[in-house]
Design a protein around this ligand. Sequence first.
Ligand code: F6P
Length: 319
Amino acid sequence: MKRIGVLTSGGDAPGMNAAVRAVVRKAIYHNMEVFGIYRGYAGLIDGDIKKLEVGSVGDIIHRGGTMLYSARCEEFKTLEGQLKGIENLKKHGIEALVVIGGDGSYQGAKKLTEHGFPCIGVPGTIDNDIPGTDFTIGFDTALNTVIDAIDKIRDTATSHERTYVIEVMGRHAGDIALWAGLAGGAETILIPEAEDEMDEVIARLKRGSDRGKKHSIIIVAEGVGSGVDFGKKIQEETKFETRVSVLGHIQRGGSPTAHDRVLASRLGARAVELLLDGKGGRCVGIQSNELVDHDIIEALSRTHTIDRKMYDLSKELSI
Ligand code: F6P
């Protein structure tokens, strides 16, 4: 394989740049040419494709976002869009593609694979919800951003003796909420993968108050519902002074942590190794601290699950 492409797609995640850098440098080191596809699958359809050199990826390892830009692209879900994309790849002589992104990006890579175009998926999303890997690029940075916010909000919660509801990202996945809730000492963590009864949440808050607890932190993953609605309900039912903070897109930005930079570098390089071995239709990941790769179609047939033991632990520690 002599010429490959790389794109980032879906929600941006800190560390995507480090992954792009690893793909470009590893490929050039092994005498391959690399083309960047800008704006994800949208740029693939539009032919927004440029050659990348060693220097093109200089000074980006520490930057959040993605130098290749990103997009969510409805057109690529159609057969016509996919064929247009493949045509553009062939026009540039690109023989394989590295796709860095989350679930939607993997679905696109799966389609290209089904059309016979070799692709490697690299998991890049703050949600940590990609099958075939213990961690996705960007999760650790987002988690640390959330922890920083929780710690700050806790100061005010303590000073004013208030209850705080903090809504974090995760439409379908509760990993950010669960890990941040555990690391931030939250009293209650609400995630889409578990059904918590509102009555039980209220009862816990009241039990805490009866024991002399003067403030509480509740973490809600956005997939469970609106933090604002939870806040209103809690205040109504408990009469505790309650405030709500929706962290939003601050969770997606910022300089990647060392963990994310290293993970991104390892996974990006591994994607290129697979292509050097003539393998396509795979996705890379890290499991038990070992780099792994799986058939992308098979991986996508599985769903990401949360660590149930960790969820139970969070309950035990916040009695
Ligand atoms: O997939 C990453 C993610 O940040 C989700 O947690 C969130 O639900 C979604 O993207 C938000 O997407 P957008 O930036 O398109 O609003």
